[in-house]
Design a protein around this ligand. Structure first.
Ligand SMILES: [Zn+2]
Length: 163
């Protein structure tokens, strides 16, 4: 049985924080605000996986009211979700994601983001795709106020998995 999930996340830019996307630190004069490391791309991927598995959303699994997740490395949260899916007999077929951000340009970093996510997802890089686009100067992304990320994940549920 094949199942698909979608994830969407947004975070505000904030001075004095590192910019982390897909577990990769990107040089920029600002980072993203959040309870965790605010890795907007990894959060979208987590929600896509949880969605495909019918397992709710990231906030239910890792509530931002929980001090355990203050400043947490979101790639570790992703690894936790991947392990949980594996326990349920779910195999990740592919993940596709788009980062919507005005600056910095992501072109030079896309391969590193893909490699980082593929490692955490425990699948080959060809099964992970990271795209980048801008807000064309419109809205909160276009004004450089924040970043949005979208992700889609496809799972193949094993015979041992409950639907
Ligand atoms: Zn988030």
């Amino acid at each position: 049985m094949i199942r698909t999930g979608i994830g969407l996340d947004t975070h505000r830019f904030e001075a004095g924080r590192p910019l982390i996307l897909g577990g990769v630190r990107i040089e920029h004069d600002r980072g993203l605000a959040g309870h965790s490391d605010a890795d907007v791309l990894t959060h979208a991927v987590i929600d896509a996986l949880l969605g495909a598995a019918g397992e709710g959303d990231i906030g239910e699994h890792f509530p931002d009211s929980d001090p355990r997740y203050a400043g947490v490395d979101s790639i570790e949260l992703l690894r936790t979700v991947v392990a949980r899916l594996a326990e349920r007999g779910a195999q990740i077929v592919n993940v596709d994601a788009t980062v919507i951000m005005e600056r910095p340009k992501l072109g030079a970093h896309k391969r590193a983001l893909r490699a980082s996510l593929a490692s955490a997802l425990r699948i080959g890089e060809p099964a992970v795709n990271v795209k980048a686009t801008t807000g064309e100067g419109m809205g909160f992304v276009g004004r450089g106020e924040g970043v949005a990320a979208l992700a889609v994940a496809t799972l193949e549920m094993g015979s041992g998995a409950h639907a």
